[in-house]
Ligand binder design. Structure first.
Ligand SMILES: Cc1cc2nc3c(=O)[nH]c(=O)nc-3n(C[C@H](O)[C@H](O)[C@H](O)COP(=O)(O)OP(=O)(O)OC[C@H]3O[C@@H](n4cnc5c(N)ncnc54)[C@H](O)[C@@H]3O)c2cc1C
Length: 506
């Protein structure tokens, strides 16, 4: 696979190495999957190669290849969906959180363990808190030398096999802290802690040989050395970790897309129907073209996001876009690939149906597609704010139609009812059907909010203006029919294109 121009020599060489390794162990993965055995042996071999340290800085025993290296390994290893999941889960068990917020002691203790391949897990979700993670109920109360955790976590990948669990719990019941997202704290809990147990292992599609389960914490003591960040920082630690998780999941989908392509293309070249290989049917070619497009675009998105991580940029928007695009993309691609292969695509003798299942899982796990869209909407509006300003429009003197202008209106130092009504009525001509925002009105009147509101309320009481209110108060305004008539004579609003014959209007 070709690397990207911004990859370092080390990253390029790493890609070759990890891909060659995967070619070697894929047969073993198939065997493990059919036998429904946890892929411990493969994971051990992955760790022996040092791949588990791809994203760990060299100073702590890792390969120092950054988020890009972690994604390169996740892509290649995820051609084997089971080991890929454990590999990614290991990093989710605190890699980013420890690198960014851990103390020097925590880095020296946890990062070498992670590199060595001691399996890690992430524990956010609870029976009564899924997408609404801030509503989690697990408590952490101060103990003599740390905190005491009580509660349950569910849907946890590698539950039971993992040694290290990145756990979030409530340390405050104050409504003020809850409002400001200061009610959570992040902890690392190690296997063997008294009171910490596996309550149940789920049967989940796509998890045929990977454990996924419910964890129970009953008066589990966590020493202060295992608190990541400060008390109350949990939400920030968690959202940063989730962005990294979404980048890694995006990389996983690349491995799945590769497997889909690598199976479907050679298959269609060898399957003959109506006297020709099915690869020559245009409907199959179109689906394969879509698959290639999804793979190449998903790859670009993922490695751009990983590069942004490595540059230290804020990737909140990009990591959510990558997860959304890649996970929906691989879901659709797996259905298309099965369609192209016909009945054989549905048998477990090819990996297509297994990929369809893991793809569906990733439309939910690590943040649902809806959760990603919510973040993209919020962050996108913020990031693109400069480009999302309402264009100013006026009526063109000669043409008589609304056109965009860069003329700034002359601001009036005071505001009165007639002037304000005229501005609203003129806006009916240039932006028909729209209300004016407070910001729009303040482009015409250089006055305090209270003065503007006072005049608007007066006009509203006279039935000349209609107001729309939000949580903060008056948000939007428009002139009513009576208001329009009061502001200008009916003639002011009339306009017809020249081609319209006079006899056809009245
Ligand atoms: C196989 C698997 C592995 C997982 N692994 C882990 C793990 O290792 N660690 C971990 O902590 N968690 C894990 N999870 C949990 C996963 O993150 C949650 O399942 C996910 O966040 C959704 O929560 P939920 O299932 O409770 O769905 P709910 O939150 O109940 O949501 C149900 C539906 O409503 C939608 N919805 C909810 N709120 C909104 C909203 N405000 N606006 C619009 N739509 C909304 C959702 O998008 C979804 O479609 C895993 C889940 C699965 C299935």
């Amino acid at each position: 696979m070709k690397g990207f121009p911004w990859w370092t020599e080390e990253q390029l060489a790493f890609e070759k190495k990890v891909n060659a390794f995967v070619e070697e162990v894929i047969p073993l993965d198939q065997e493990t999957r059919w036998k429904r055995k946890f892929p411990r042996e493969i994971f051990k071999r992955i760790s022996e190669q040092g791949f588990t340290g791809a994203g760990v800085p060299k100073a702590y025993g890792g390969l120092g290849l950054g988020a890009t290296g972690a994604c390169i390994a996740a892509e290649a290893i995820s051609r084997m969906p089971g080991p890929g999941r454990v590999f990614v889960g290991n990093m989710l068990g605190g890699l980013r959180q420890i690198i960014e917020l851990g103390t020097e002691e925590q880095k020296k203790y946890f990062l070498p363990l992670l590199t060595k391949g001691e399996i890690g897990a992430i524990a956010i979700t609870e029976p009564y808190a899924g997408t609404d993670a801030a509503a989690m109920e697990m408590t952490a109360r101060p103990g003599e030398t740390g905190y005491i955790l009580n509660g349950k976590k569910r849907f946890i990948v590698s539950a039971g096999v993992a040694s290290r669990y990145m756990v979030y719990a409530r340390t405050s019941t104050s409504p003020e802290d809850r409002k400001n997202f200061r009610h959570l704290t992040a902890f690392i809990v190690e296997k063997g802690a008294p009171g910490f147990s596996v309550e149940m292992i789920n049967e989940v599609i796509g998890f045929e040989n990977i454990q996924n389960g419910v964890l129970d914490f009953h008066d589990v003591h966590v020493p202060t050395t295992h608190v990541i960040g400060n008390e109350g920082d949990g939400w920030q630690v968690m959202t940063g970790g989730l962005n990294f998780e979404r980048t890694l999941i995006s990389a996983q989908t690349l491995g799945w897309l590769r497997e889909l392509l690598g199976n479907v293309v050679p298959f269609t070249q060898r399957r003959v129907q109506f006297g020709q290989p099915t690869s020559s049917l245009v409907n199959n070619q179109f689906k394969i073209a879509d698959l290639i497009t999804t793979y190449k675009t998903a790859r670009l998105l993922t490695y751009y996001t990983a590069y942004a991580w490595d540059l230290g940029w804020d990737t909140s928007l990009e990591s959510n876009i990558a997860k959304l695009y890649n996970c929906e993309g691989v879901m659709n691609a797996s259905l298309d690939a099965i369609q192209v292969m016909g009945g054989d695509g549905l048998t477990p003798f090819y990996p297509l149906s297994a990929i369809m299942k893991v793809a569906k899982v990733e439309n939910i796990a690590g943040g649902t597609m809806e959760a990603c869209r919510l973040v993209i909407h919020r962050m996108g509006l913020r990031q693109l704010a400069d480009q999302l300003k309402m264009p100013r429009r006026i009526i063109h003197e000669e043409l008589g139609v609304p056109v965009v202008t860069n003329q700034v209106p002359e601001k009036q130092a005071t505001v009165d009812a007639d002037g304000l009504l005229k501005v609203l009525a003129e806006d009916y001509r240039v932006n028909p059907g729209l209300h004016m925002s407070r910001e729009d009105l303040k482009a015409f009147f250089d006055v305090a909010d209270e003065s503007l509101d006072g005049v608007l309320l007066g006009l509203e009481s006279r039935g000349l203006v209609k107001l729309h209110r939000d949580r903060k108060g008056i948000a939007l305004a428009k002139a009513t029919y009576e208001g329009l008539n009061r502001a200008f004579p009916a003639e002011h609003y009339r306009w017809f294109p020249e081609w319209v014959e006079a006899e056809n209007i009245f």
